[in-house]
Design a protein around this ligand. Structure first.
Ligand SMILES: [Zn+2]
Ligand SMILES: [Zn+2]
Length: 373
């Protein structure tokens, strides 16, 4: 699948950000320190109770097949909020969250050969899979029961350094600002998989419910591929952003679309919107639920919500092939990435603002060595 030749928003200065050259190559620290600053999920609970705690941790050493990555920037994903608040139960105590990491390979274990020191790498949600189970063997590694996740099973990017298996890291372009690349690594990749999962026909009508970090990237991919996109969100600011990015309409989350939809993606973690979106689908339409967590779905009415071969699907993580395909697409045709930068020391504020919906687009923590834009 390729995006057409038209840049998403040619007049927008942000669209050029991702191609403007950096004045100098990124200088790695001459020596790797013994300790680093990091944030951990100390007490999962409501964000107002302060579940994150700033700590000093030893800089991790890469194990076999792993590389050490010095963090330039780390995106703040809604999954981090679910982990902090305990919607997703911790898999190990006091884990560093963060799985939209843009960084530089700083050191490798003996035998790790994929990246050279200083190479720019991306670390995403999927951290490892078994490679042997029936799902891995049939190309569905996102369903591997033995998969592990960055920032859940292992420490993530709310830190100065992290380690990652090199086979699960992505090469990233040198030129783009880290802040604009970070949201691509989860928000972008998962949204792209959701777009594949909703089976939107060429030139079709796509409904997008909820319009945050992931949705604003997915909408641009769909529009560039010729779709007509209708956006539904409670946030007036997000509706404005949707129109700016080329949505045909942007309404409140329970508004009826101007006509029936060929496909829809639910990004808001709100189960009450499942029947709303299903009722808006045309015959044969598909609703894909993009999130890892959803509040309870109310009872469905078979005639109104499912009959006429409407389909309801979930989206579970992504494969590395999804990640590579999406990152290739965006390096050929950079999307406009709307970001809200936070200093590394304000990770707790970023999550609080995400919970309260205080910004549009995607929040990004800027590493210690890069000042917020
Ligand atoms: Zn497996
Ligand atoms: Zn995520």
């Amino acid at each position: 699948m390729t995006m057409n030749e038209r840049p998403a928003t040619p007049a927008d200065p942000d669209a050029r950000d991702v191609r403007s050259p950096r004045p100098t190559p990124y200088p790695l620290r001459p020596t790797i320190p013994d300790e680093m600053d990091a944030w951990v999920v100390a007490r999962p609970g409501p964000i107002s109770s302060g579940p994150l705690e700033p700590v000093r941790l030893p800089v991790p050493a890469p194990g076999p097949g792993e590389v050490l990555v010095e963090v330039e920037a780390c995106g703040v994903c809604r999954t981090d909020l679910h982990l902090a608040e305990g919607d997703l139960p911790p898999r190990r105590p006091r884990t560093v969250p963060g799985h939209e990491v843009v960084g530089r390979m700083a050191a490798a274990a003996p035998g790790s050969v994929r990246f050279a020191p200083g190479n720019r790498v991306g670390v995403a949600w999927l951290r490892s899979t078994c490679g042997h189970c029936r799902y891995c063997r049939r190309g569905a590694e996102n369903l591997c029961p033995f998969s592990t996740y960055t920032g859940w099973d292992a420490d993530g990017g709310y830190a100065e350094y992290l380690v990652v298996p090199e086979e699960y890291a992505y090469p990233l372009p040198e030129e783009a600002p880290a802040e604009k690349l970070a949201p691509l690594l989860c928000a972008g990749i998962i949204g792209y998989r959701a777009l594949l999962r909703c089976d939107l026909p060429p030139g079709g009508r796509l409904g997008i419910y909820g319009f945050g970090g992931s949705a604003h990237l997915t909408a641009q991919v769909a529009i560039a591929q010729g779709a007509t996109v209708h956006v539904y969100t409670r946030s007036a600011g997000a509706r404005e952003l949707a129109r700016t990015l080329g949505a045909a309409s942007a309404g409140n989350d329970t508004d009826a679309p101007p006509g029936s939809l060929d496909a829809a993606i639910l990004f808001a973690p709100v189960g009450e919107l499942v029947p709303v979106a299903l009722a808006a689908l045309d015959r044969g339409g598909t609703l894909a639920i993009a999130g890892i967590h959803l509040s309870d779905v109310p009872p469905l009415n078979y005639q109104r919500h499912l009959f006429q071969e409407r389909t309801l699907r979930s989206v579970t993580a992504n494969t590395r092939a999804d990640g590579r395909a999406f990152l290739d697409l965006t390096s050929a045709h950079p999307p406009r990435v709307t970001t809200k930068p936070y200093p590394f020391a304000a990770a707790d504020q970023a999550l609080d603002d995400l919970a309260a919906g205080r910004f549009e687009g995607a929040a990004v923590l800027i590493g210690r060595r890069e000042a917020p834009a």
